[in-house]
Design a protein around this ligand. Structure first.
Ligand code: RP5
Length: 165
C-alpha cells in the first residue's frame, strides 16, 4: 500500500493482524497529505526483508519509519539497528499480555540505538504518525500550519464538549 510515488514515511508491521491498530497511523498520514507506504515486514518470519528494508530506507527517501509489532516485538528495534532513519515504535496489543509485552520489548532499547516508543494500540499508532508529521513540519511551513490547525480544532472540540448531566 502506498499513497504517492515517493513515500516520506514508512509504516511497517509484523503481521496483517496488526493492521487494525496500525491503520490509525495511515489515516493520520493521509489526513495530512504525507506520502507514505505501508506493508507487512516480520522480524521473525522475514528477517532478510526487514534488513533490506531498513538498509535501503534512507536512500529511498524515507524520513521516518513507524514500526508496529506485538508480543516479542523486535521489529522496531531491529530496523533501528540497521538505519539512522528515526524509528517510531508502536506496541500492538497481544493476545495474552494485552500489549504490555510489546511495550516493554519496544521501549527498553539499550543505549545507542533509540526507538521512540508510543502508547499501546490505536492512540500510539495515531500519535506516532502525528510525531512523524511534526518532524516533517520542521522543514515544511504548510505542513506546520496544518498541524497548528489540527491542534486548534481539537481544542475547539474539547471546549464544545457537553456532559449529559
Ligand atoms: C508479531 O506477532 C506481529 O507483530 C503480531 O502482533 C503478532 C502475532 O502475529 P500473527 O500470529 O497474528 O500473524 O510478530
Amino acid at each position: 500500500m502506498t499513497n504517492e510515488a515517493k513515500p516520506l514515511v514508512g509504516v511497517v508491521m509484523g503481521s496483517s493482524s496488526d493492521w487494525e491498530v496500525m491503520q490509525h497511523a495511515c489515516v493520520v498520514l493521509e489526513q495530512f497529505g504525507v506520502p507514505f507506504e505501508a506493508q507487512v515486514i516480520s522480524a521473525h518470519r522475514m528477517p532478510d526483508d526487514m534488513f533490506t528494508y531498513a538498509e535501503s530506507a534512507r536512500a529511498r527517501g524515507l524520513r521516518a519509519i513507524i514500526a508496529g509489532a506485538g508480543g516479542a516485538a523486535h521489529l522496531p528495534g531491529m530496523i533501528a539497528a540497521k538505519t539512522i532513519v528515526p524509528v517510531l515504535g508502536v506496541p500492538v496489543p497481544s493476545k495474552y499480555l494485552r500489549g504490555e509485552d510489546s511495550l516493554l520489548s519496544i521501549v527498553q532499547m539499550p543505549k545507542g540505538v533509540p526507538v521512540s516508543t508510543f502508547a499501546i494500540g490505536e492512540a500510539g499508532a495515531a500519535n506516532a504518525a502525528l510525531t512523524a508529521v511534526a518532524m516533517l513540519a520542521a522543514n515544511d511551513d504548510a505542513l506546520a500550519a496544518q498541524l497548528e490547525q489540527f491542534r486548534l480544532d481539537q481544542t475547539a472540540a474539547a471546549k464544545a464538549m457537553i456532559l449529559p448531566v
